[in-house]
Design a protein around this ligand. Structure first.
Ligand code: ATP
Length: 301
């Protein structure tokens, strides 16, 4: 039985339809991503899961509970990282965790949590003195302090530099390994690709597709683009006559070859036979951005 089940969810704000028809289910132990551009309805969808918003239509069940009816029970078992959470400036990290842990009947050990999240040395530091990455780690710690079975993380790494972002991703994999089911709201393709077992692509309040990241990408045309600088002159036709090749272009001293199937092998074999070295070789393949464009006609960002 799925741990989260959403069927035909509808939510409007006045005349504005935010979520038009969203259905998905999440299995225990998964990292399930909700990916879509700004304003697609992602936050509204998870707020309905959390019991923070009342759906106008459809059915939502989380851990077998109704978020509107069983709010008190759900709060004990669901961890929520809110978008743009701010704490009082002078509150110390340890105090924040102690305060939050008092809301739960079976809280996690704050020290262990700080240790896992790599901010154990910040226990006595005031909130305002934390860096962006440390604030983010604290907000994740606060979402996990109740020992939740499910954690909903909204815009996990927004505003973080690439290094801090990668560290937070490692951390989320660690949290998942401890048995927590995670719903991850994001508009970062790379984050979704790296972390999620399955993803719902959301656009204009509707689900465009649900699949594994690899499954979504596999649905796109498998055209690949190879770029390199040949160490010696070579004519275009040598590549153009290969059955795998679709086009050959020159950009300055660079060759750009597009093709399908085993085009990389075909091109590198030709180069090897002529003892030509491919300098600055790069291969671009379809990614989730391409999948999103193919499904909706729009780019993610
Ligand atoms: N309280 C509100 N009142 C009116 N309109 C709202 C409200 N909250 C959201 N909306 C609108 O509903 C739509 C969906 O918003 P939502 O925040 O769910 O999208 P999102 O995909 O989470 O976007 P973002 O990534 O920007 O948070 C948007 O057009 C937004 O402007």
């Amino acid at each position: 039985m799925p741990i989260i089940d959403v069927q035909r969810l509808h939510k409007r704000y006045g005349d504005k339809v935010a979520v038009e028809d969203v259905s998905f289910s999440v299995e225990r132990g998964e990292i399930f991503g909700i990916l879509g551009p700004n304003g697609a309805g992602k936050t509204t969808t998870v707020e309905c899961l959390e019991g923070l918003r009342k759906p106008d239509g459809g059915a939502v069940s989380v851990l077998g509970l109704d978020p509107q009816r069983d709010t008190t029970e759900l709060r004990q078992r669901l961890g929520v990282q809110l978008q743009e959470s701010e704490l009082p400036e002078r509150l110390k990290v340890g105090e924040a965790l102690d305060l939050y842990s008092s809301f739960y009947r079976n809280p996690a050990n704050p020290d262990e949590l700080l240790d896992i999240l790599g901010i154990a040395d910040k226990r006595d530091t005031a909130y305002k003195k934390l860096s962006g990455g440390q604030k983010q780690r604290l907000s994740i710690a606060l979402s996990l302090i109740g020992n939740p079975e499910v954690a909903v993380l909204d815009e996990l790494t927004t505003g973080l530099d690439p290094q801090a972002r990668r560290e937070v991703w490692d951390l989320i994999e660690h949290v998942r390994a401890s048995g927590v089911t995670i719903v991850l709201v994001t508009h970062f393709m790379e984050e979704a690709e790296r972390l999620c077992d399955r993803l719902a692509l959301i656009d204009s309040g509707k689900v465009a597709a649900i699949d594994t990241p690899a499954g979504l990408v596999a649905g796109v045309d498998d055209e690949q683009r190879i770029r390199f600088r040949p160490s010696q002159p070579i004519e275009d036709w040598v590549f153009a006559e290969l059955p795998e090749v679709r086009s050959v272009e020159r950009r300055g001293s660079q060759l750009v070859i597009t093709g399908t199937g085993n085009v990389l092998h075909a091109v590198t074999s030709v180069l090897a036979r002529r003892q030509i070295i491919a300098g600055e070789l790069r291969l671009d393949q379809a990614n989730l951005d391409d999948a999103f464009v193919a499904l909706t006609g729009k780019k993610l960002d």
